[in-house]
Write a protein that binds this ligand. Structure first.
Ligand code: SAH
Length: 213
């Protein structure tokens, strides 16, 4: 599959839509304008790629709605060089947005099928996260901690304590919290023991699933 002028035209519109819905960070809007979202989806669904909607990918998972990706990314406040932990690689679209912002991305996916597929896709496209790990995001990546930023792209029934402990002091985590639907939460680590919590509206994500072994 290619990236054509037609795709670029549709992507410009999508980026304008996301900005019109309230995303102010120009670098985030620029990421939406630049990244060929249709290549992250099955080729037969190309036509759906530039609507501002979530869409099914493999293993009963979804590629998040572009507005939601932009919203979470804006809240995350990523700077070049930041070490970012992403939980829920999925299609890799959010990963690509984080790479566009020149951060160092460590991303974790628990569905083997998606992990393999996205691994091959990243190589083909030349996307280079620092690490793409098959595993349970509830545990984070203690061997690579601490992180400047942590982003969770699945709905967590509660905030995983192990992730909080892997945040740098001054670091931020953006995570949708709740069972049926979720409230978007941003947690800033002010000291070893103090965490500031802010909430930003309701969303609906696929669940963050815990591996019990
Ligand atoms: N960022 C992705 C969103 C995919 S949906 C994208 O833009 O495509 C959420 C993803 O989280 C799914 O792929 C799901 O398999 C994954 N997930 C759910 N629970 C997880 C866990 N405990 N650890 C890692 N990934 C998890």
């Amino acid at each position: 599959m290619k990236d054509t002028f037609k795709h670029q035209g549709m992507r410009n519109k999508l980026a304008d839509t996301v900005a019109a819905k309230g995303i102010e960070d120009k670098k985030v809007v620029d990421a939406i304008r630049s990244i060929p979202r249709h290549l992250f989806m099955d080729s037969s669904f190309e036509d759906h790629a530039y609507q501002d909607k979530p869409f099914p990918i493999a293993a009963e998972q979804t590629i998040s709605q572009p507005y939601t990706v932009a919203f979470q990314t804006e809240l995350l406040d990523v700077l070049p060089g930041h070490k970012v932990l992403e939980i829920g690689t999925g299609s890799g679209y959010q990963t690509a947005v984080l790479l566009h912002l020149k951060s160092k991305v460590y991303t974790v996916e628990r569905q083997l099928e998606l992990f393999k597929k996205t691994n091959i896709f990243f190589k083909k496209m030349g996307y280079r996260p620092k690490k793409l790990v098959f595993g349970d995001g509830y545990k984070g990546l203690p061997e690579h901690a601490p992180f400047d930023r942590i982003i969770v792209t699945a709905g967590a029934p509660e905030v995983p304590k192990k992730l909080l402990s892997q945040l740098k002091i001054g670091g931020k985590m953006v995570i949708p919290v709740g069972e049926e639907d979720q409230v978007m939460m941003r947690i800033t680590r002010n000291s070893e023991t103090e965490f500031k919590r802010e909430t930003f509206g309701n969303f609906r994500f696929v669940p963050l699933l815990e591996d019990k072994n």
